[in-house]
Design a protein around this ligand. Structure first.
Ligand code: BDR
Ligand code: CA
Length: 311
């Protein structure tokens, strides 16, 4: 089993990623840390606890992150049109009995890595501020972190929040630049591959027929998400599995193929959040995912999440 920390901004596809990770025996989730992006930290924390409640996984610790970006600015945007007022497609979830831990995400990351040297993989599917703060506060953890898998960036394709930038990197470009230059072993799961992994609309029907709380909630949330996608990309007939592919890459790295690159993040100006990749020599290159075995991954995801393949 692989020890992981999952860093989220729950978020519809974050909820899918959490459901996938919790139901995958290959992964041992040490904790789920929360960040801003799709929604605020308090809402992401509440949503994460509620998703865990539905999954019957209250024992997994949830740890809120800081509410400021790496440069100290407050994050104000919230993508209501993509993720709904409650951040989770306005799906109705039960109140959570679980409470967040009384510590901050970056301190949790430091202590988990120190408790499990060379045995923690960190998955970030939100802004990277929690990870950046952890390594800024305790740089000694860098060589102790086994692996980092980041959902973020658009190296060979256009961005999704601006023509240049992908949302997670755009949310805190300084944090991303800091972690990418830190020497951490990073695999980048960007739009280059996540936009090739589609959840098709017909799966909603299968989930609704299933009748479990989890299947109903995920169907309601994904219905909202797919409607948002349809406004921009009417031909897609579904939504991209951004955050779940990051979990997939942790479970089975052969879902993706990577190319080593140096990644530079633009931290100001019109192109803020752009991830510029350059192939070539670098002591600690970022492994950029450029190919994905989409059919195999999507089937695996569907089977794990609700026990069914698509119709
Ligand atoms: C990423 O941004 C967020 O909106 C999603 O949850 C995902 O992590 C996609 O660009
Ligand atoms: Ca996310």
């Amino acid at each position: 089993m692989k020890n992981i920390i999952l860093d989220v901004d729950t978020g519809i596809d974050d909820a899918l990623a959490i459901s996938y990770a919790v139901q995958s025996p290959e992964l041992n989730i040490l904790g789920i840390t929360t960040s801003f992006g799709n929604t605020s930290v308090p809402e992401a924390t509440r949503n994460t606890l509620q998703v865990l409640e539905v999954l019957g996984a209250r024992d997994i610790p949830v740890i809120p992150g800081v509410e400021e970006k790496f440069n100290g600015d407050v994050h104000r945007d919230k993508t209501v049109w993509i993720h709904g007022q409650n951040g989770i497609g306005d799906a109705v979830l039960p109140e959570a009995a679980g409470k967040p831990l009384d510590m901050l995400a970056h301190d949790f990351i430091i202590s988990a890595v120190r408790d499990h040297p060379h045995d923690v993989t960190i998955l970030t599917v939100a802004s990277q501020v929690n990870l950046a703060m952890a390594i800024q506060k305790d740089p000694g953890i860098v060589p102790l972190i086994d692996d980092v898998i980041v959902m973020g960036g658009a190296v060979t394709v256009p961005g999704n929040v601006t023509p240049f930038a992908e949302a997670n990197i755009h949310t805190d470009a300084d944090a991303a630049q800091f972690t990418f230059q830190s020497g951490l072993p990073v695999t980048l799961v960007g739009l280059d591959v996540t936009k090739k992994t589609l959840l098709k609309r017909d799966v909603l029907q299968t989930w609704r027929k299933e009748g479990t709380d989890l299947a109903r909630i995920l169907a309601d949330a994904c219905d909202f998400y797919m409607n948002a996608y349809a406004k921009n990309e009417p031909d897609l007939n579904g939504c991209a599995l951004h955050d779940p592919l990051t979990v997939g890459a942790a479970i089975d790295p052969s879902f993706v193929k990577t190319v080593p690159m140096t990644i530079d993040v633009v931290t100001e100006g019109e192109k803020v959040g752009q991830t510029i990749g350059e192939k070539g020599a670098n002591e600690r290159p970022i492994q950029v995912c450029l190919e994905v075995d989409s059919d195999r991954f999507v089937s695996h995801f569907l089977e794990r999440v609700t026990g069914h393949e698509a119709l």
